[in-house]
Ligand binder design. Structure first.
Ligand code: ATP
Ligand code: NCN
Length: 194
């Protein structure tokens, strides 16, 4: 599952858990983006913070892991590169790429989509506030899965942290503590260095 994870929240974790159960997956690899292609011009937190929050959030689940492939690659993050790198590490596995309704709606504008369809099966999960349609996508490479609706977004978590409102129970406890410890999403000038 790829994402900017700024921060990772329970919507991401429920999506991963539901897809893993439905498709009987052995492992879900969370891949924080390096430089997200569609979030250029936005103030995205340093990749090491996003990586660490993802490690913290996934640590308690033996089937969840976090990969550095995207944050260690220079330049914009494209899923075709993510899948190439993961394939090099795990040559014999079948890949499923998990996306939410908003992300799958844009997938035809992702880089090298024809190649993407050869590299993984895509699973699009439902998300509150977004209509899930895969009508324009090849039916054999995309599945749709309805999951319990969690109306949580990273944008809202960031806004809450900035405004001094709680993010408890929207993100895992350790992520709440990481945000507070390093002053993430508050005044950029006091953001903690790692
Ligand atoms: N609550 C949710 N339910 C289902 N899927 C989700 C949910 N939140 C995020 N996703 C999916 O997880 C993936 C990574 O999302 P991302 O890290 O951009 O989080 P986000 O909450 O959408 O962030 P932002 O609000 O900053 O845009 C995307 O495919 C997205 O559609
Ligand atoms: O490959 C692309 O062209 C591409 C364009 C936009 C987004 N993606 C991927 O979609 C996932 C969710 O991205 P985002 O920006 O919504 O966090 C993440 O894994 C991104 O790398 C990929």
């Amino acid at each position: 599952m790829g994402g900017t994870f700024d921060p990772i929240h329970h919507g991401h974790l429920v999506a991963a858990s539901e897809v893993a159960a439905r498709f009987d997956l052995d492992e879900v690899v969370f891949v924080p983006t390096g430089q997200p292609t569609f979030k250029q011009g936005q103030d995205v937190s340093p990749s090491e913070h996003r990586y660490l929050m993802t490690v913290i959030a996934t640590a308690s689940n033996p089937s969840f892991t976090t990969s550095r492939v995207d944050i260690d690659r220079v330049g914009l993050t494209f899923t075709v590169d993510t899948l190439r790198d993961l394939r090099a590490e795990r040559p014999d596995v079948d890949f499923f790429f998990i996306t939410g309704a908003d992300a799958i709606a844009q997938i035809l504008s992702w880089k090298d989509t024809d190649e993407l369809w050869q590299m993984a099966h895509f699973v699009a999960v439902t998300r509150p506030g977004h209509t899930l349609s895969v009508d324009s996508l090849p039916p054999d490479v995309v599945s749709v899965l309805e999951i319990p609706a969690l109306s949580i977004s990273s944008s809202d978590c960031r806004a809450r942290a900035r405004d001094g409102q709680p993010v408890w129970y929207l993100v895992p406890d350790g992520v709440v503590q990481h945000i507070a410890k390093y002053g993430l999403y508050s005044d950029a000038t006091v953001r903690g260095a790692l």
